[in-house]
Every structure is written in structure tokens, then in C-alpha cells.
Unconditional design. Structure first.
Lengths: 249, 249
DNA sequence: CCGACTTTGTGCATGCGTTCACAAGCGGTA
DNA sequence: TACCGCTTGTGAACGCATGCACAAAGTCGG
């Protein structure tokens, strides 16, 4: 079912066989960083920077320069030794590898607190992710435009997603509704899902899910506070003050 | 400066020496999963489940059962062979390791689209993360209550953060303001920052930053679509149809 | 009390990701 | 053209995380 629109997508920007091999091999972690490099590089273009070294770019992106070079090497050799990288060339290659040569239409499901924020957010279209459809179960919301797009009823999800060629579905419903919404997105042919609801979604193999769980993020931060406070306590009993000074040498 | 409130925190829930060693050794990836297990287990408690096996819990959390057991082993041996884990015991141990035995007061900076959603969100307080302070630079917003809390002016950040013992700062301002806001949070003594602005923040070593970058998440999804479409194209030229059937054997 | 059955906890192998360190390559200069 | 200094690209080593497979340790029925 999901492959119905598949053939149409094959016509966009065919990759060279060599690139194909590489794309398969890029580690997930490197992909995430490539997206960050892309953002930094876009800023460079705006500032009129034409060339950048791995050292400079790695600083701006907050990573090790060796890691940066390795990440870039996954997508090919587009630098000039002794000089650095041509910013625009790098941008276009990263965009190509990340599949940003075509637009990815986004649907948001659940137009509550978070859904409103997402729909109103101006940052996505400019980066190739136009929000083209909004869905909610609340009759009072249906028809109301949010961020310029009228809310559709969740029942119409299959038709509307097909019409607008939605490729990414964002789930911003309460947790109990998330799995059902996910199932509907999947049967509407959406293969990429970004989930804000704190639940583990079950999906078929051909669907990619990423989750954003703010409570988990905070708990990780909490863990580090606790660990740090504990190390301080530990150091204290070992005769080292909290500011690093030795109390009783 | 950040250590001013440090000593007060040392009094909360001292860990046993054995736990201390363990806490230091827990891999970051495992910490993130422990938070997920905790959420799932909390749901189990509500359903009246008293005991759970690693197999069941791993299913519910969407991970491999061996990995789950290894993760749990980082925090100690609290299971019963042949039976499984006592849900409540496990909950309390994970909470202890994650430092959730004390509340972590949260401040949100930048009360725009996203800041409003965060301030109105009811999910944080119940998980030990009460939002106790809101800040914005916009005079029209100052004094207006959002989610029950009046917005303070950004200039008052140091005083207010100290008063309300803020331990986590959330940045939801436009990107150009993020680094300045971050610096102010840091000098106000906040050691944990959750950043929604798509910029790389520079912070001292004793401050922990986590970022949530939705555009990056979408680009990762985009990469997978591209890779998949490409594999399909590849299979096609090798004589395999998009639905997996061989066309010309 | 015993033996069969269940499930944990972990040693070990494997694979992935990071980092180091340097040869190869390029531009500039004399 | 030949040399010099700079930066890339990557082989190789290391460390961390994952998953397997099984001994150890417990429960439960008889
Ligand atoms: N607001 C936040 O800052 C925040 C933070 C972290 C996580 N989350 C998570 O994001 C999700 C949304 O949060 P929120 O604060 O926007 O909630 P909300 O209650 O404000 O909005 C939920 C919306 O989903 C709609 N909805 C409910 N069932 C639906 C269904 N079956 N199909 C379509 N729409 C449906 C509701 O009508 C409502 O408009 C929740 O799962 C929440 O846990 C939110
Ligand atoms: N809205 C979203 O769904 C979304 C999605 C992804 C990322 N983001 C990011 O989150 C951030 C906030 O997005 P938003 O849509 O809420 O923006 P917004 O423009 O709606 O709100 C920003 C708020 O920050 C305030 N502000 C500006 N400078 C400030 C300063 N120096 N100190 C304190 N407050 C200040 C503004 O007054 C405004 O109220 C942005 O960086 C954006 O890129 C937002």
C-alpha cells in the first residue's frame, strides 16, 4: 500500500552508484550531525563566506574536527587540501545526501498546545518542510485556519494526505490517541513519523519513527545533576571542597 | 558562582558508595532508556501490575530484552530469578538513580509559540519537573500569567531563578537571542539547559546542555526516505520490482 | 525435599562510532 | 619548476554499546 506512490518518487535526483553505496553506509549519528553542519553552512552562505576549513566548521558545529572530516568523507571528497571546503558545494552535497532536493510535505495531527506552536512555526518551510495539512478530532477546530492552513477532521486523513502528498506525519495528540493516529497515518501511506506523545509506537518495518520526549530529556539532565552533586559529596568526604580546592591536604 | 547553591543539594538522598560507582558508569544511552522504562513502569503501576518480566517490559519499551536487563543491571540487582521485577521497587530505584527524588524546578525563557505550549503543558509537574518561572523580553508579556505563572522580565532572571531554585532552564527564544539567554541562565547558576533554538550553544564544562532540533529530526527522516527510494531504484535496475517481486529473473 | 521450569544477571564476541596521527595533495611563492 | 606550509582524507587503534547464550538462582508443584 505504501509503495503506491513509490514509483513517482524514483524520478527525483537519481544518485550515482558510488553515492548509493555511501548513503547506505552513513552511520545514523553522522546523519544527525550532517544536518547540523548544513544549518551552520547555510548561515555561512548568508554571511558571504565562500570557503571554510574543517577546523572552523567543526568549531561552529561544536564537534571534533576529525569527526567532522570523517562525516564529510562519508558523502564524498569535496574539499581542497591546503584550502578547505567550498561552502556552497558542501551545502549542495549535504542537501543531496539528506534527500532535501525535493520538498517533504508535513502533516500535523493534534492541534492543541503543541500542534498550534508547530503549525505557526515559520522555520520549517524555509528548510524544505512545508506544513500542508492539519488534523484534529475536535469538531470545533475543524475548518479553523491555524498558521494559514484550515484544520481537517481526522477521518479525512487518508484522502487529504494523498492529495497533498504528505511524507512526514507529526503526532501531537494526547498519549492514548497516539497509536491509533499512527496507524491511520501508516495506512494513509505516510512512512515517516515524528512523535511527541510519550508512548512507544508500534509500526511496520517500512515506517521510520523518531520520537521527541521532553520528559526524558529533562530526566537525563536530572541524572547529570544528581551524578554531579554526588561526585561533589564524594570529593567532600575525600577532603576536596566543592570548588575544587583541597580542604585538608 | 554555580557552586553557591551546591552545598544545599548535597543533603538530598545520599547514595550508597556502591551506587555511586555505578551511577558514574551508566552509559548515556542507557540513561535515556531508563527514563523510558520508568514511564512504562509508571503506567503499569496505574494498571495495578505488581510484577513484570524483562521480556514483557522490553516489549512495552520497544527494546531487546537482553539490553533491558543489562540496563537494569547498571543500577543494581533488584529482580527475582524465575519471577521478574517488582514494579514498584524498580520504579523507586530508577527514580533514585535519575535523581528524581527531589523536584527540579524549570524556567522557560521565550514565551512565544513554543514557550506558551510548554508553559501550558500539564505533563511536567507530575513527573517531578514543575515549571516555576517564565521569562520574556517583550514588555507586553511581562506580568501576564501563562499556565498560571506570571511572565517575568528577562532582566530579573538572576533574582527570580535564585528565589525559585530553578535547576533547569529551557530556551525557546529566536536563534539570535539564544546564546545571550544561555549566558544569563548560566550566570544565574542554572547548570542544566534544554535548548529549542537551532544554534550550537557555548557553555562552561560544568553546565549540561541538551538540544531539541525539530528540523534536524525531519532531515534525518528525509535521509531515510531518500535512502529507501534509492534502494528501490537500485532494486528496480537489478530486475526487482518495488514490491519485492522479481521482474526479469 | 526434590526436580522441573522460569527468568535473571553477565561474560564474551561482535560491530559501530570516535579519535589519533600522518601521508597525500594542493596552492602559493621564489 | 621545485619547494614549503597548510589542510584534507583515511588507516588503524581504541572504547563503547549491543546482542547472544548460558550458568546461577529462584519459584512452584508434587
Ligand atoms: N505541550 C507541550 O509542551 C508538550 C510537551 C511535551 C510533550 N507533549 C506531548 O504532546 C502531545 C500534545 O500535547 P498538547 O499539550 O498539545 O495537548 P493538547 O491536549 O493541548 O492537544 C491535543 C490535541 O489533540 C487532539 N486529539 C485528541 N485525540 C485525537 C485524535 N484521536 N485524533 C486527532 N486529534 C486528537 C485534541 O483535540 C487536542 O486538540 C501530548 O502527547 C503531550 O504529552 C506536549
Ligand atoms: N514553534 C515551534 O514549533 C518551533 C519548532 C522548532 C523550533 N522552534 C524554535 O524555538 C524557538 C522559539 O520558537 P517560537 O515559535 O516560540 O518563536 P516566537 O517568535 O513565537 O517566540 C519567541 C519569544 O522569545 C521572546 N524573546 C526574544 N528575545 C528574547 C530574549 N533575549 N530574552 C527573552 N525572550 C526573548 C520573544 O519576545 C518571543 O515571545 C525558536 O528558536 C525556534 O526556532 C520552534
Amino acid at each position: 500500500m505504501a509503495s503506491q506512490r513509490g514509483e513517482g518518487e524514483l524520478t527525483t535526483t537519481p544518485l550515482e552508484p558510488a553515492d548509493r553505496e555511501r548513503a547506505r553506509a552513513i552511520p545514523e549519528a553522522a546523519v544527525a550531525r550532517l544536518a547540523v553542519y548544513l544549518r551552520v553552512l547555510s548561515g555561512m552562505v548568508d554571511q558571504g563566506v565562500t570557503t571554510i576549513s574543517s577546523e572552523e566548521l567543526s568549531q561552529a558545529a561544536g564537534v571534533n574536527s576529525a569527526k567532522l572530516r570523517k562525516d564529510l568523507s562519508y558523502i564524498g571528497s569535496y574539499g581542497t587540501r591546503g584550502v578547505g571546503y567550498d561552502v556552497e558545494v558542501l551545502v549542495s552535497h549535504i542537501e543531496r545526501i539528506l534527500g532535501l532536493t525535493r520538498k517533504h510535505s508535513v502533516a500535523v495531527v493534534g492541534i492543541g498546545n503543541l500542534g498550534h506552536a508547530l503549525a505557526n512555526y515559520g522555520g520549517f518551510p524555509g528548510r524544505g518542510f512545508p506544513v500542508t495539512a492539519l488534523f484534529d478530532v475536535d469538531e470545533d477546530l475543524v475548518g479553523v485556519p491555524v498558521g494559514g492552513i484550515p484544520v481537517n477532521h481526522i477521518e479525512d486523513i487518508t484522502t487529504v494526505c494523498a492529495e497533498r502528498e504528505v511524507s512526514i506525519g507529526v503526532i501531537a495528540t494526547p498519549p492514548p490517541a497516539a497509536q491509533a493516529v499512527c496507524d491511520r497515518l501508516v495506512s494513509a501511506g505516510v512512512q515517516c513519523i515524528l512523535n511527541f506523545a510519550p508512548v512507544v509506537l508500534q509500526v511496520p518495518d517500512n515506517v521510520e519513527v523518531r520520537k521527541v520526549d521532553l520528559a526524558v530529556e529533562m530526566q537525563i539532565l536530572s541524572f547529570h545533576v544528581a551524578r554531579r552533586a554526588d561526585e561533589a559529596a564524594n570529593d567532600l568526604v575525600n577532603g576536596i571542597g566543592v570548588d575544587g580546592m583541597v580542604i585538608r591536604p
